[in-house]
Design a protein around this ligand. Structure first.
Ligand SMILES: C[S@@+](CC[C@H](N)C(=O)[O-])C[C@H]1O[C@@H](n2cnc3c(N)ncnc32)[C@H](O)[C@@H]1O
Length: 296
């Protein structure tokens, strides 16, 4: 499919559904999956690129014996993003839509013809944009997959609501897992007792997008601001994680006259810190895009 054939009304209806999910399968055709994969799916892959690059920077890598399970795979964007950074591995695609599973599988085979499917053995779970479509029952089912995994990479939109849900899940899972990212510590999360703060960052958007009329149309047709790509995420593993965990800047530092105001997550809690511009620049703040900047 090409951008010139994009079905904007179908994508608008899909977006409405994402914002107010009705708990039913909405993948009505392969064409809808293709429309999604080229547009929303592509934007999701930019979030994955950012999260995976942070994991690499932290020295995290998957174990070679793990297979990868993509739950709620949709078009399989998360798994493809994962394969593009880490080695391919035996994989399993799960979705309530068999059409989605079959589409995702065909896309993976197109790009990674040697990758094979597998349904047993220790696994890494990838989860992407699945949280707000769950009711109590399906969330419990999802959490069973999480509990039985060796590691989880979970990426969601960077809204206050999604982030709060991920924080609650982090707290629930803390006794079972080590926290690899985004946190600078393994203790209880301080966000719920910090007014106004929420755990989110901004993924970089490829600069070419801003000169591309196709993305211009996307923005206009769907009313989406391309400049900002907020993301919340959570990475867990069963094995202990002992690498140094630098402090994290939440959201975007605010530029003031001669300084930056940052909301900083540290082992001791979440606090607002003002840094002189020179010092902020030395620490890597103030560059564009501001994403996953961590202060020692
Ligand atoms: C917003 S889409 C995200 C798709 C893909 N993970 C991505 O990031 O592009 C949510 C996906 O989760 C699937 N899904 C939602 N609830 C599910 C459930 N309870 N069991 C299985 N799949 C589910 C939907 O069918 C859909 O494919």
């Amino acid at each position: 499919m090409q951008w010139s054939h994009m079905d904007w009304p179908a994508l608008r209806a899909l977006r409405e559904h994402f914002l107010d999910p009705k708990g039913r399968d909405y993948w009505s055709s392969r064409s809808l999956l293709e429309n999604y994969d080229l547009s929303f799916g592509e934007r999701i892959s930019w979030k994955w690129a950012a999260v995976l690059s942070e994991l690499q920077a932290r020295g995290w890598a998957p174990r070679p014996e793990w297979r990868v399970v993509d739950w709620g795979c949709g078009t399989g964007r998360a798994l493809r993003a994962y394969f593009s950074v880490f080695n391919t591995a035996p994989y399993q695609l799960l979705d309530r839509s068999s059409l989605a599973v079959s589409y995702a599988d065909s896309k993976i085979r197109e790009t990674y013809p040697k990758a094979e499917r597998a349904t047993s053995g220790p696994y890494l779970l990838v989860l992407s944009h699945v949280l707000n479509e769950q009711n109590n029952e399906t969330e419990n089912e999802l959490l069973k997959w999480v509990s039985q995994s060796e590691a989880v990479i979970w990426v969601e939109p960077g809204t206050r609501e999604h982030s709060a849900k991920l924080v609650a899940i982090r707290e629930k899972l803390r006794p079972q897992f080590s926290i690899v990212a985004p946190c600078p510590h393994q203790s209880a999360c301080a966000i719920p007792r910090t007014p106004k703060a929420w755990c989110h960052n901004f993924a970089p958007v490829p600069p070419t997008v801003f000169h591309d009329s196709r993305w211009g149309n996307f923005s206009k047709e769907l009313g989406i601001d391309l400049r900002s790509l907020p993301v919340s995420f959570l990475v867990l593993q069963k094995a202990p994680w002992t690498a140094a965990q630098p402090n994290r800047v939440l959201g975007r530092p605010k530029r003031l006259k001669g300084s930056y105001r940052t909301v900083l997550c540290r082992a001791e809690g979440v606090e607002t810190q003002t840094l002189r511009a020179k010092e902020a620049r030395r620490q890597g703040l103030g560059k564009n895009p501001l994403f996953f900047k961590v202060l020692k």
